[in-house]
Design a protein around this ligand. Sequence first.
Ligand code: NAD
Length: 479
Amino acid sequence: MQTKPRLILNPATEEIIAETADAGPRDVGRAVAAAKKAFDSGVWSGKSPAERAALILKWAGLIEADLAALAKLESQNTGKPLKLARDGDIPFAVDNLRFFAAAARLPEGAGTGEYSSGYTSVIRREPVGVVALVAPWNYPLMMAAWKLGPALAAGNTCVIKPSELTPLTTLELGRLALEAGIPEGVLNVVTGAEETGRALTSHPDVRMISFTGDTDTGRKIMAQAAPTVKRLHFELGGKAPFVVFADADLAAAVPGAVVASFVNCGQDCTAATRIYVEQSALERFSEAFVKETGKMRVGDPAQPGTDMGPLISADQRARVEGFLKRAKGVKVLLGGGRPKALKRGFFFAPTIVAGAAQSSELVQSEVFGPVVCLLPFKSEAQALALANEVRYGLAGSVWTKDVQRALRMANSLRFGTVWVNDHLPLASEMPHGGFKESGFGKDLSKYALEEYTVAKHVMFETTGAARKPWHYTAFGEPG
Ligand code: NAD
């Protein structure tokens, strides 16, 4: 049997909400063949940027028109609060698609000119070909848009594999793309887990892999891509620092820390996970942070008043619990376990931990749950050293009223996104992506479009001379 059934759960109720099939290597082969056929036929890459943009804009419009239903489905499948899907992720994803549709129309051509006497050079940016897109479970629709938007706008054809836990809105995106008139074979969806992902990312006809997920999975995909030397675009884990100086506006920093730490139940690669507070402000900050976090409303994601839903799965909750069980010498200031009132669902209370050692796994490894470490520092130099002392480098923030210090910190923090006096917001026009083991290649912005294209140098000889002045270096005499 090639195709295996898989049950899809609502993590807030543990109820089965759908059944999908795990694609086997033959199914994956069919999807890649459809994408290759569509690419080679020019049905997509042969369209003008304006024609592609028109179809992507139509698609974005259909997603927007379906917002209520998609947000409900996303919330049911991920357990995230409905308000986050409806007013956050999905409207942003629509804006991302609109940005990419328009950005791909901006003429490139920089560099066209004479760089060698008697020759005119032209740079073409061309689509890469068939692109495999592998997505995680935390923001299924938005991650799909971040990948499909630039890949399709640039003229590639795609096979996307959503996470085995959260495939439902990606399947809807595929349906809406067809409805918008994006030709068959241009956007293909395969469902399944690691085995399906492995078949896709090692397929010889796939020319590029765009992957968002765990750093260890990224390492495996690198190896899978190596035999056929595929181009890679990786958005991996994060362990974001949130650095609060004593002069910061604590009235802003405290609620900022609550939002940054517990958004999406902490299952966010940019979530604040290490809050470093200048010693002289630590007590004030800590008290207010614990008090404010205690007000978070944890429960049914469908209720308008819910701030935090469950973790994605029983496995993920066990993983989070494991980190706390293994932690030595720490003091749990808030939470630390399952909320007593919630008998069903993979819930875990917002948790604040003090006293973790900088070298401990709680500070160094990605928990990917609602657990944040509160840590002190004494000087700017120490704050910078502690913030940078992780293998990740995706995002971080600094909170201070001192402009020069803010700039010094922003310049020296080794993270792909640095916020000053806030934490989390992104913009379609601005690049997002990691340093160090958080990956390489940018999402969003014109830089993402570049990732999904290859530069080609076309050189025209303009003199018509039969023998060129340099030929003698390989054959014959000068003159
Ligand atoms: P994961 O690495 O377990 O899975 C991600 C995807 O990879 C899934 O679709 C999975 O089926 C697939 N996969 C697993 N093994 C594979 C293999 N060998 N070959 C091909 N595909 C394979 O990650 P997750 O648990 O879904 O997501 C959480 C992780 O994603 C966290 O580490 C988080 O930091 C990271 N993340 C990063 C960003 C970012 O922008 N940097 C965004 C979201 C999530």
